[in-house]
Design a protein around this ligand. Structure first.
Ligand SMILES: C[S@@+](CC[C@H](N)C(=O)[O-])C[C@H]1O[C@@H](n2cnc3c(N)ncnc32)[C@H](O)[C@@H]1O
Length: 316
């Protein structure tokens, strides 16, 4: 959704934060748009990704903008310390004009079997976006109790057969030892779910659930939404692209909450709100990818872009 992101976010000079750098496609488009619109001299891009491979890939793609960007390996939940570290040193406290989060995994991560993100490719059950850091999917699948596994599949995958799948995983662990690769886990899921269509859906949900748990994706999103909007300068915008309903719901509710005036307790009959909202929701309905993009990249079919803007004056 590069066109949509650029149209919604690139509107003024300032710092642009791409919290999910990936291969650098969105960052490149933002930097090009800043140049084309004459904002380049007073703008700077900070790209963040927790995956060192993404930083390497993006550095190649953004080589011609080396002077105008800093790329940092880190978690976007630490956006305040990452951005302030660079801003106070080099950027004379320039306002944050735009922040982008293009959530989830990159195609590069999915397509690398050794990362273990895809049930379509045989690889170790890993799924860590920051490789070698914290629990892997195998640690969870082989170490968690049945009830905990069922909870993960239900909460983070909205999988209806969560309990039966968790039970089958635990039985398989006892019978044949640890589940170490993606195909072994996929085989357990297939043994529980009938019909190839349903199997594909359950596989996607179980793998998504594990990925979310491994990377604490919802916890990180909660942190970056709260801290990210707090960094925006006047008229600065945050855009979030989400790919599944759990994320989209969180973003929608959060944006709505910060864009709502606080009237205090009901029934008091106030004439003025206690506190006026400092933000406004720009996208009533989320933007979705255009047909040509979906044809080129089927994953874009489920993408939803929501945008919120900090008002010109606080409380105004
Ligand atoms: C969908 S891809 C982004 C693609 C990117 N917009 C582009 O144009 O190539 C998501 C990226 O976000 C990164 N990511 C996900 N959660 C993160 C987090 N909490 N902190 C930092 N990076 C994260 C992933 O490693 C992945 O590279």
């Amino acid at each position: 959704m590069v066109r949509e992101v650029v149209a919604q976010l690139v509107r003024r000079e300032g710092i642009y934060v791409d919290g999910t750098l990936g291969g650098g496609g969105h960052s490149l488009a933002i930097l090009q748009a800043l140049r084309d619109r004459g904002f380049e001299n007073h703008s700077f891009l900070i790209g963040i990704d927790q995956d060192s491979f993404a930083i390497e890939e993006a550095a190649k793609k953004l080589a011609s903008f080396r002077e105008k960007a800093a790329l940092v390996q880190g978690n976007f939940r630490d956006v305040v310390s990452i951005v302030n570290g660079i801003r106070t040193r080099e950027l004379d406290r320039m306002p944050v004009a735009g922040m982008l989060l293009d959530l989830g995994v990159s195609s590069f991560q999915i397509d690398t079997p050794q990362r273990g993100f895809s049930y379509l490719r045989r690889g170790p059950l890993d799924m860590r976006m920051r490789p070698q850091d914290g629990l892997s999917a195998a640690d969870i699948v082989n170490g968690f109790e049945e009830r905990e596994l069922a909870d993960i599949f239900f909460r983070f995958g909205e999988e209806h057969k969560s309990r039966r799948i968790a039970r089958a995983i635990c039985a398989r662990r006892i019978e044949r030892g640890d589940i170490t690769d993606t195909e072994e886990l996929a085989a357990v899921v297939r043994s529980i779910v009938r019909g190839s269509d349903q199997q594909v859906k359950s596989l996607a949900r179980v793998f998504q659930a594990l990925r979310i748990a491994v990377n604490d994706e919802l916890g990180a999103l909660e942190d970056v939404l709260r801290d990210g909007v707090g960094m925006l300068g006047p008229k600065g915008r945050m855009g979030v692209i989400s790919y599944h309903s759990l994320e989209d719901r969180m973003v929608k509710r959060f944006f709505r909450k910060i864009a709502t005036d606080d009237w205090g307790p009901k029934g008091v009959g106030m004439k003025e709100p206690l506190r006026r909202a400092e933000f406004r929701v720009v996208t009533g309905k989320p933007e979705i990818a255009a047909d040509d993009e979906v044809r080129e990249n089927p994953r874009a079919r489920s993408a939803k872009l929501r945008v919120v803007e900090k008002k010109e004056q606080s409380g105004g």
